[in-house]
Design a binder for this molecule. Sequence first.
Ligand code: LMR
Length: 396
Amino acid sequence: MFEKVVAAPADPILGLTEAFRSDPRQDKINLGVGIYKDESGATPILKCVKLAEQKLLTDEKTKNYLGIEGNQEYARIVQGLLFGKGAELINAGRAKTAQAPGGTGALRIAAEFIARNQLSKTVWISDPTWANHVSVFQAAGLEVKWYKYYDATSKDLDFAAMQASLSEAQRGDVVLFHGCCHNPTGIDPTAAQWEALAEQSAAAGWLPLFDFAYQGFARGIEEDAEGLRIFARSHRELLVASSFSKNFGLYNERVGAFTLVAESKEVADTAFTQVKTVIRANYSNPPSHGAAVVTAVVNDPALFELWVSEVAEMRVRIREMRELLVAKLAERGVNQDFSFIARQNGMFSFSGLSKEQVARLKDEFAIYIVGSGRISVAGITRANIDPLCDAIAKVL
Ligand code: LMR
């Protein structure tokens, strides 16, 4: 009966990686998927991770199952990173965290928890957004609605349009925010804009869901939690799907977390029993290793300090590549002003390149970027930036 199955389209991001791998051209460049590359073009294991892994290898005593919600010390660490150590909502027991297989796993837990408990039928997501958001929410049976976000002319956040389109969200609707380093635009609300959104949300009674996958890639670990913490101050309920894929370089360990914040400890504890049923019916309980690494690093002051410096190193290198990209495109006399690239945050640049230009970059120059024109700046190095800029100048 499988002959009845119709082929699915390739994934817009991971499908590109597959195509890149099978491209025989020697000088190919992959700026599709958001993966950090160092100056030599490698995706290294962070030093703090290697050191923690050595310790784990010696100290680990068992491979017994974790509980459905995963490692509880990890949950405590996640909450500290999200809300700040000693935050009122943590001390009051209002936050409950489940270890999840990556940020995507955490989003899927959120989506199914919302759908199964009939908390909302609708999720509002930014236009544009990460290509997988729609699939994850629709897979759980939720309806997706779009709010305006990006103004392609000014290459900036259209905050008035964002607020205006969100004014149509109903009480109880879920509104998804990117905690920092908006994927794909790299444009985040300012602190004042976060305050205004939190005020609008609290007044309208939305259920905020933060997708927080790039903590540390915009300004710093603490600084990047600003928007989430502003919301946490004025909301008694919210959800967070967070990930350590990027800021710990633990991509293939699938290490993320789903966090629920409720009105009180009692409500949080009860609601969390339903989160556990969602997890049990999906993957039973999470894999251990990635969360154990994060826990070992954050709980060791020296390793923690090393991690903070390694995140800073990644952040600074990406920023340098942004500035170099702007300068090198200008050197090639391209007509458009690309200075906006240097103002964006995180791994991605929403370049404004058209679908046709993206296709030409792939076909003629073996340069892979996402169809929306999103470039992973984290994949640019001093070795590939000249051929990249030559090719962009040609397709422009
Ligand atoms: C990306 O946006 O490139 C990353 O979040 C990886 C992914 O799973 O799509």
